[in-house]
Design a protein around this ligand. Structure first.
Ligand SMILES: Cc1cc2nc3c(=O)[nH]c(=O)nc-3n(C[C@H](O)[C@H](O)[C@H](O)COP(=O)(O)O)c2cc1C
Length: 151
C-alpha cells in the first residue's frame, strides 16, 4: 500500500473543500491509503509515514496562512536528517491571487527536500465545480502515480 497525506488549514471553509475533494480523488485509488490532517495536527511522524503529500492553504497576505507556515516551522529541521524527497502538490484558495502562497511554499518544500509533481491548483474567489474537479484530479493523480511507481 502506498500512502498519501493531505495537510490543510482553512478559516472559512474554502481550502477545506479543496482538501476534501483531493481526498475523495485519492480514495479512488484502492492501493493507496489516504489521510487528511489539519496543519496544527500534522507532525514530523506524519511526513515520515507518507509516500506523497498535498498541502492546501489559503493565501493570506501574499503567502501561505500562518498555521501552514507553523507546520513548516515545526518540521523543517527535524525532517532534515531524513532527506524526505517526497513528491508533492499544492492547492491554494485565494481571494484574487494565490501566486505568492504557491511561490513561498515551493521555496520551503524544495528545502526539505521535496519534489513537485502536480500542476498547482489555485481557486480564486468562491469555490467552483472546476476547482473541486482540479483538486480531485490532484489527489487521484498523486495516488495513482505513487501506486504505478511514476513518482
Ligand atoms: C487575513 C487574510 C489575508 C488574506 N490575504 C489574501 C492575499 O494576500 N491574496 C488573496 O488572493 N487573498 C487573500 N485573502 C483571501 C483568502 O485567501 C480567501 O478568502 C480564501 O478563500 C480563504 O480560504 P479559507 O476559506 O480556506 O479560509 C486573505 C484573507 C484573510 C482572512
Amino acid at each position: 500500500m502506498k500512502k498519501l497525506l493531505i495537510i490543510y488549514h482553512s478559516q472559512t471553509g474554502n481550502t477545506r473543500q479543496l482538501a476534501e475533494s483531493a481526498l475523495a480523488g485519492a480514495q479512488l485509488e484502492d492501493q493507496c491509503a489516504s489521510r487528511l490532517l489539519t496543519a496544527p495536527d500534522a507532525e514530523l511522524e506524519d511526513l515520515l509515514w507518507c509516500d506523497g503529500l498535498i498541502i492546501a492553504s489559503p493565501e493570506n497576505f501574499g503567502t501561505m496562512c500562518g498555521l501552514v507556515k507553523d507546520f513548516f516551522d515545526r518540521t523543517y529541521y527535524p525532517a532534515e536528517p531524513y532527506a524526505l524527497n517526497r513528491p508533492y502538490g499544492l492547492l491554494v484558495s485565494a481571494g484574487n491571487d494565490g501566486s505568492g502562497a504557491i511561490r513561498e511554499m515551493d521555496r520551503i518544500l524544495c528545502g526539505y527536500p521535496m519534489k513537485k509533481v502536480l500542476p498547482d491548483v489555485i481557486a480564486k474567489g468562491e469555490i467552483q465545480a472546476a476547482h473541486m474537479q482540479a483538486a480531485a484530479e490532484s489527489g487521484e493523480g498523486l495516488a495513482s502515480g505513487l501506486v504505478l511507481g511514476i513518482f
